[in-house]
Design a protein around this ligand. Structure first.
Ligand code: 3PG
Ligand code: MG
Length: 398
């Protein structure tokens, strides 16, 4: 994998650099509730600004579907961006045309501006060449630092890379290097943890992984579908019975590829889904009662999984092992994440995690900082785990 980085960008002093970042951050009561993505882009933005570039940040925010929508204006995140960067940041009310050009006139080398939501223009999601050209008109160089939006072939994530000199930002560079280390050319043995509620959303991930990893650890609600496919009665558990055939196909593909699939052999069950319910018990998977539901991997299986990780050199993690938001169904996720964190600290494991609930689960376990790399991406991380080419990345490759 070969792409240009900020090391190759040359003298940027006085140049207008369009930096595609992902300012699509979660909001609560009008303010940013998780600034992880803002922190991720800071090194790129500050490096360029300190070298005297005029830094123009491009991003989408929400899904406004090609129309202006004040509720999805990037002006709402400007204070959080400025706080994270520790600099003053200007807001420009459009990312193209007269509005953009008028804003640009007041910017000097070293200044940073956020341009309004790219998705206010219908051409963004269509990767319309006219919009790409209009964006390119206000910039001299293009930097993509938004791995988490790289699964979208949009004007600002893909199109621009073809019409301006294009470089990967520092966060993009770190993501690509970590992913390459985890599944591209990993040190073996490799384990993957795949959890989450449903098999249906991760069929392609599982299909791809069985041919790539030595150990596939399946947890979360999706493990129930596999258990049921093997003839185990999972009671009232969340289970996609219609996917039994798919689950069997994945298990046979794993067999053929010498990938060991680990399903829980003990589980934590209850008759009602609530925090610390009175009916809570640990059960062998073969003894789940008709009115019980499985909500976590049991302690014996969790210990066995920790032993598996101890034999591995590389780990890719996506999704929690249990219903981790509700105690005590976070126990397996927390325990296994802590084992992975400790092995990484000791230097025996390269651990890469990402996607959806995963970061929240690792933060909850207090080990996100111990992992080798935690991706800021949701959907893009999953598509990468499916073995798909990400258009925003492909456009940067040379
Ligand atoms: C994300 O939040 O996953 C990215 O910013 C992409 O957003 P999208 O799913 O609306 O394209
Ligand atoms: Mg998404």
């Amino acid at each position: 994998m070969s792409f240009k980085t900020l090391d190759d960008i040359g003298d940027v002093h006085g140049k207008r650099v369009l930096v595609r970042v992902d300012l699509n951050v979660p909001m609560q009561d009008g303010s940013v509730s998780d600034a992880t993505r803002l922190a991720a882009m800071a090194p790129t933005v500050l490096e360029l600004a300190d070298k005297g570039a005029i830094v123009l940040l491009l991003s989408h925010f929400g899904r406004p579907k090609g129309a202006k929508n004040p509720a999805m204006s990037l002006s709402l995140v400007i204070d959080a961006v400025a706080d994270t960067l520790g600099r003053s940041v200007m807001f420009i009310s459009d990312c193209v045309g007269e509005g953009a050009k008028a804003g640009l006139t007041v910017l000097a080398p070293g200044d940073i501006a956020v341009l309004e939501n790219t998705r206010f223009h219908a051409g963004e999601e269509k990767n319309d060449p006219a919009l790409v050209a209009a964006m390119a008109e206000i910039g001299d160089l293009y930097v993509n630092d938004a791995f988490s939006a790289a699964h979208r072939a949009h004007a600002s994530t893909e199109g621009l890379a073809h019409v301006l000199p294009a470089f990967a930002g520092r966060a993009m560079e770190a993501e690509l290097k970590a992913l390459e280390r985890a599944l591209g050319s990993p040190e073996r043995p490799v384990a993957a943890v795949v959890g989450g509620a449903k098999v249906s959303s991760k069929i392609d991930v599982l299909r791809h992984l069985v041919g790539r990893v030595d150990h596939l650890i399946i947890g979360g609600g999706m493990a129930n579908t596999f258990l049921a496919a093997r003839g185990i009665d999972v009671g009232k558990s969340l289970c996609e019975h219609d996917l039994a055939g798919t689950a069997e196909d994945i298990l046979s593909a794993a067999d053929a590829a010498s990938c060991t699939v680990h399903l829980p052999y003990d589980v934590v069950v209850t008759t009602e889904f609530a925090a610390n319910p009175p009916s809570l018990r640990t059960s062998n998977v073969h003894e789940v009662a008709a009115d019980e539901m499985i909500l976590d991997v049991g302690p014996a299986a969790t210990e066995a999984l920790a032993d598996v990780l101890k034999t591995c050199r590389t780990l890719v993690w996506n999704g929690p092992l249990g219903a981790f938001e509700t105690p005590p169904f976070d126990a397996a996720t927390v325990a296994l994440a802590r084992t992975a964190g400790a092995l990484t600290r000791e230097g025996s494991l390269v651990s890469v995690a990402g996607g959806g609930d995963t970061v929240a689960a690792l933060n909850h376990a207090g080990v996100a900082g111990d992992f080798s790399f935690v991706s800021t991406a949701g959907g893009a991380f999953l598509e990468w785990m499916e073995g798909k080419d990400l258009p925003g990345v492909a456009a940067l490759l040379r």
